[in-house]
Design a protein around this ligand. Structure first.
Ligand code: F0G
Length: 467
């Protein structure tokens, strides 16, 4: 009976453990322990769900499809209907705002722009708070309740903050948010305030906020909700499951995502790997991550890896050279020291993908092109289309390959950027000789509004002129 996926699939997930990703350490900890880095070696952790291979994968697929049609939050949520593959017991207090179930759009104009015959965009901006963070936050807030925390905290460039604020409120927890003062779009800040979070603006950038959050995580009253928390990743990995359902289990050649703190790429990589391990897909899509040039520490590292190092995803480089003063107008990914870089790099290398950087101008034009496809997204999301264009030009992506880009945030997250692009007043510090004097950027698809006299004749003449 495919109506109750969670119950039907109970056998698949054992309780699981939190495991250090450092192979030389490999320490395992109970799911109950509130830790974010390995207490033995300081490396990041991931959850090993100890999934068992299903005898009948088709049954699993059918029960997920049935769940999507259910009215019960537990089955209808794009996170909780995959409960059988998540590290939560049957009696877990599942927190949900009906996240997930986001659309996949055909994007013909963006495809042509990239030199592809076809391109699909999975839009995570259609989540309850307008960004991809909600799938992970449903899982993180559920675990926060299980662990008995009273205050959930995050550092954020804005979207994690809005998502935490909403999901903490839903869970009845206090939300505390550290934001880099003056570097977050007003739409995102407004959301956090409206959901009732305690917003603390810090003089410093996102990386400074992230360091503070890691210090605060030692306090027993505090629960860290950044993607360094492995339960966040568990919620976000469901995007890979949902995408494969939407692709009718035909694995795309390439999946492309933006890269900031590298939680999203980590999560998608984990999701695809688990589907492979479970026998639900036969190969991994090549996972590529795109960063903004002025905030691209992982792309810089990737570029320096030899072919031998790229093939050896089990022995990753020990250190990442951080970018001290990251710069990009895509403020969501203005990050110089991403916490999940190792897990993400491992996923990219394992799949045969790449990490590359794109310029401010490339991001801005790609964003306008996505808009022309009647989709729209925030600037960070547009790195994907800009990156795909470059990867097609370099031959990594074939013109007839099946490509899916994951858009991470809604267009209305940063309206100021859009207006300035179209009015031709956008200026970028990255790439300018002197960062104090930002460089003007005139976009290829600028579409400025024009003032017109309030007469029928003037309006018709204007439309004629701009045809
Ligand atoms: N796209 C958007 C719209 C984001 O908000 C972020 C990250 C990313 C992409 C990058 O994802 O960090 O998982 O590699 N935003 C975080 C925040 C940092 O605080 O909202 P990532």
């Amino acid at each position: 009976m495919p109506g109750r996926p969670a119950r039907a699939l109970k056998r698949l997930a054992e309780p699981g453990v939190q495991r250090c990703i450092n192979r030389a350490c490999g320490a395992a900890y109970s799911l109950r322990e509130r830790i974010y880095l390995c207490p033995k070696c300081g490396e990041t952790l991931e959850i090993d769900c100890r999934l068992a291979r299903p005898k009948n994968p088709d049954f699993l697929r059918r029960s997920w499809a049935a769940g999507a049609k259910s009215k019960l939050p537990r089955d209808a949520s794009g996170v909780w209907r995959y409960h059988a593959l998540l590290p939560f017991g049957e009696d877990a207090p599942l927190v949900t705002l009906f996240e997930g179930n986001t659309p996949v759009f055909q994007a013909p104009r963006s495809a042509e722009y990239c030199g592809l015959s076809d391109l699909r965009l999975k839009h995570q901006g259609y989540n309850p708070t307008g960004s991809f963070k909600d799938t992970g936050m449903a899982a993180a807030m559920t675990q926060a309740l299980i662990s008995g925390a009273s205050t959930a905290i995050c550092a954020s460039t804005g979207n994690t903050a809005a998502s935490l604020a909403a999901y903490a409120a839903r869970a009845g927890l206090k939300a505390a948010i550290l934001l880099p003062h003056g570097q977050v779009s007003s739409s995102k800040l407004a959301q956090s305030l409206d959901y009732g979070a305690l917003v603390l603006e810090i003089d410093g950038n996102f990386d400074a906020c992230m360091r503070l959050v890691q210090e605060l995580g030692d306090d027993p009253s505090i629960y860290v909700a950044n993607s360094i928390n492995p339960f966040r990743i568990e919620g976000q990995k469901t995007v890979a499951f949902e995408l494969m359902e939407q692709c009718l289990w035909q694995v795309p050649h390439h999946v492309v995502v933006p890269g900031g703190n590298m939680g999203n790429s980590t999560a998608l990589g984990k999701g695809f790997q688990e589907l492979l391990d479970l026998g639900l897909i036969k190969r991994l899509p090549k996972l590529s991550v795109i960063q903004a040039e002025g905030a691209a520490p992982v792309a810089h590292l990737f570029e320096k890896l030899s072919p031998k190092q790229r093939a050896d995803f089990e022995n990753l480089p020990e250190k990442l050279e951080p970018v001290e003063n990251p710069q990009t107008l895509a403020t969501a990914i203005k990050i110089g020291a991403p916490v999940s870089w190792k897990k993400a790099l491992r996923a990219v290398l394992r799949s045969g993908g790449k990490v590359i950087a794109v310029s401010e101008r490339e991001i801005a034009d790609a964003k306008a092109m996505i808009g022309r496809d009647s989709i729209g997204c925030e600037p960070a999301s547009a790195t994907t289309v800009a990156g795909i264009k470059k990867l097609v030009a370099s031959g990594h992506i074939g013109r007839r390959d099946d490509v899916v880009a994951v858009l991470t945030g809604h267009a209305l997250k940063d309206p100021d950027y859009m207006i300035r692009y179209h009015e031709g007043t956008l200026t970028a510090a990255h790439g300018a000789k002197d960062p104090a004097t930002p460089k003007p950027m005139v976009g290829a698809f600028a579409n400025a509004p024009q003032r017109v006299a309030a007469t029928k004749a003037a309006i018709l003449a204007n439309l004629e002129r701009r045809a």
